[in-house]
Design a binder for this molecule. Structure first.
Ligand code: PGA
Length: 255
């Protein structure tokens, strides 16, 4: 049985006082839920402040990106060591916005994942097709390139720890989520790819989240799919009520 994992990707939202308020609200709302992983990914500037609030709770800290070098003359970048410093246990890697606006490739994603694993942090590897790719029936081909490329040369023992987030680009921030059937089809395919790359026990162990317009009123039908093990939530993670509601639905039956 895979432990569900729900992560809130705050993107470039919330200054420090706002982040503190939101983290406090979520903490109060999910106090009694223990059999799932709850992760908050605020912007870099609020990581430390949020860590102080959640350090003694059932919520863990994640970052939204990282650079693969340990240190050096890389102006503007943040290393895994720095993320560990502020208490991060998770980091999102290869989000479609990074791929789209900041020229992230499967190769840079792979480098990042390797450095994150070396530091014993859990990467959340994001994959997903654009709308034109889906319309041209290229979804599975793109997903295969992203999964194989992102996990290239990563040994089985390490791969097992990774979380994968399937996020169709056309569903992100659009209010148009993938249907449970669409999401399940791709997520089952990702598990089959893991089985091909490694073996069935690794494939069965890896948690695969769905992301893209997840809301309190659509999470239930998504999480009920056999290969959906949680959610990566953007917009709905910025409000205490909707995010705690999503977490509670994912925790149902687990406590
Ligand atoms: P959304 O974003 O929930 O606002 O669609 C999801 C994401 O980008 O991770």
């Amino acid at each position: 049985m895979r432990k569900p994992i729900v992560a809130g990707n705050w993107k470039m939202h919330k200054n420090i006082p706002e982040a503190i308020e939101l983290a406090n609200g979520i903490k109060r709302g999910v106090l009694d839920l223990h059999n799932l992983d709850i992760v908050l990914c605020p912007p870099f500037t609020a990581l430390s402040a949020v860590y102080d609030i959640i350090a003694d709770s059932n919520i863990q800290l994640g970052a939204q990106d990282v650079y693969w070098q340990e240190q050096g003359a890389f102006t503007g970048e943040i290393s895994v060591g720095m993320l560990k410093d502020v208490g991060c246990r998770f980091v999102i890697v290869g989000h479609s916005e990074r791929r789209q606006y900041f020229f992230e490739t499967n190769e840079t994603v792979n480098r990042k994942i390797k450095s994150v694993l070396r530091a014993n942090i859990i990467p959340i590897l994001c994959v997903g097709e654009t709308l034109p790719q889906r319309e041209e029936n290229k979804t599975l081909e793109i997903i295969k390139e992203q999964v194989f490329g992102g996990l290239k040369d990563i040994p089985a023992a390490e791969a097992e720890k990774i979380v994968i987030a399937y996020e169709p680009v056309w569903a992100i921030g659009t209010g148009r989520n993938a249907t449970p059937v669409q999401a399940e089809e791709v997520q089952k395919y990702i598990r089959n790819l893991l089985s091909e790359m490694y073996n069935t026990s690794i494939a069965e162990a890896v948690r695969i989240q769905y992301g893209g317009s997840v809301k309190a009123d659509n999470i239930e039908e998504l999480i009920n799919q056999p290969n959906i093990d949680g959610a990566l939530v953007g917009g709905a993670s910025l409000k205490e009520d909707s995010f705690t509601q999503i977490i509670k639905v994912c925790a149902k039956g687990e406590n």
